[in-house]
Design a protein around this ligand. Structure first.
Ligand SMILES: *Cc1c(COP(=O)(O)O)cnc(C)c1O
Length: 369
């Protein structure tokens, strides 16, 4: 990794204003009954990289299609990594981000794994601030809504040979969004996948790359056809140890109050929600153990009532209770199938910090407006 906190390189983002941004009425219309990831703001931020100049041409420009040569390397070799974070509007109208530097650093780690250049933390932060300076009115205020920010890097080299790209774009788009799962804190059902794996030793499981998600779609579709909402993956080496869901980390709560979560092992995406939840649980006097959890332990634990709650977590869906879990050879209901007390309490606490309703004792929130 290069100097991650290099603060010397960010210059101001120049602004190319949208010639006809949404009117107040049009925006209000789009912010009504928000779903996840369907609406986009008037502008996007962009920084270009090439091998000669490094990162340059920092700008905010009208949101819109990005013309690309059909030989651009991302279209063939999937040189893409991304992030996801949210801007929250507090009751007093101010706008806050949740641990954005952690996203900036993770984007650097993901980029390094894909032989893409690393964007400085300062450029990452400035891109968000510059975009929000223009598009802050798009941060919705209804309960549970936010402006979902999607920073990403793509290889734009016009070359069919295989090499790290000599041209790259960083883009930041923003999507006013409602809850990821419609219908409040409804427990999801999970299919434990035996035939497919999300990541393997030495692979790209720890990088937030689009390719991981592409590979998760077939198992997701199959799980859906069986009547399940999400897929839980097991380790590729032994097929017996829990890793994570397609886009969320997983926790299990034991009857004695101990909370278990898979240890970060190079295959698992190191969620910022995950690490925040560990902190919140520990501060609530719960013992959190990061270690290998076998499927047998989970399955028997749930069946015998030793494990009373299971939940998944990530920025988009926050904390999502798991009500039912099954695979080709078993099916169990977790607890009584309803969201458990530890799950609900940690969800409440985390959202309380994010929306400014409870004190931010960790300095996690960063005010941007
Ligand atoms: C993004 C992501 C998560 C959750 O990470 P957060 O930082 O909590 O949003 C978990 N697993 C995968 C595979 C992810 O891509």
């Amino acid at each position: 990794m290069t100097d991650t906190l290099d603060s010397s390189t960010s210059e101001a983002f120049r602004v190319v204003r949208h010639p006809s941004p949404a009117t107040d009425e049009e925006r209000a219309e789009k912010l009504r009954d928000l779903a996840f990831g369907l609406q986009f703001t008037d502008h996007m931020a962009r920084v270009t990289w090439d091998a000669e100049q490094g990162w340059h041409d920092r700008r905010v420009e009208p949101y819109g299609p990005i013309p690309m040569d059909p030989a651009a390397s991302v279209l063939h070799y999937a040189q893409e990594v991304f992030e996801g974070l949210k801007a929250y509007r507090w009751a007093d109208g101010s706008i806050h981000l949740f641990r954005p530097e952690a996203n900036a650093l993770r984007l650097q780690r993901s980029a390094a794994r894909m032989a893409l250049p690393e964007l400085s933390v300062l450029d990452f932060m400035e891109s968000i601030r510059s975009l929000l300076a223009l598009d802050h009115a798009w941060v919705p205020e209804a309960d549970g809504t936010s402006l979902y920010l999607r920073p990403f890097l793509i290889g734009t080299d016009v070359f069919l040979g295989l090499r790290p790209p000599k041209k790259v774009d960083y883009l930041l788009i923003a999507s006013p969004s409602g809850p990821y799962f419609a219908g409040g804190v409804k427990p999801v059902s999970i299919w434990v996948e035996r035939d497919f794996h999300r990541a393997g030793p030495g692979g790209t499981g720890a990088a937030k790359c689009g390719g991981n998600y592409a590979a998760s779609l077939l198992p997701q579709v199959k799980a859906y056809e069986r009547g399940f909402d999400q897929v839980l993956y097991l380790d590729a080496a032994t097929g017996s140890v829990l890793e994570e869901l397609g886009g969320m980390n997983v926790f299990a709560v034991r009857r004695d109050g101990t909370v278990l979560t898979p240890v970060i092992n190079g295959n698992i995406l190191e969620g910022i929600t995950r690490s925040s939840i560990i902190q919140l649980l520990e501060d609530n006097e719960l013992k959190v153990v990061e270690r290998d959890i076998t499927l047998a332990e989970l399955q028997d634990g749930i069946a015998e009532g030793e494990i009373t709650e299971v939940f998944a977590c990530g920025t988009a869906a926050i904390v999502t209770p798991v009500g039912r879990m099954a695979s080709s050879d078993f099916e169990v209901t977790v607890g009584d199938g309803q969201p458990g007390p530890v799950t609900l309490a940690v969800r409440d606490r985390l959202m309380g910090v994010q929306y400014g309703r409870v004190e931010d004792t960790y300095g996690w929130m960063e005010r941007v407006r």
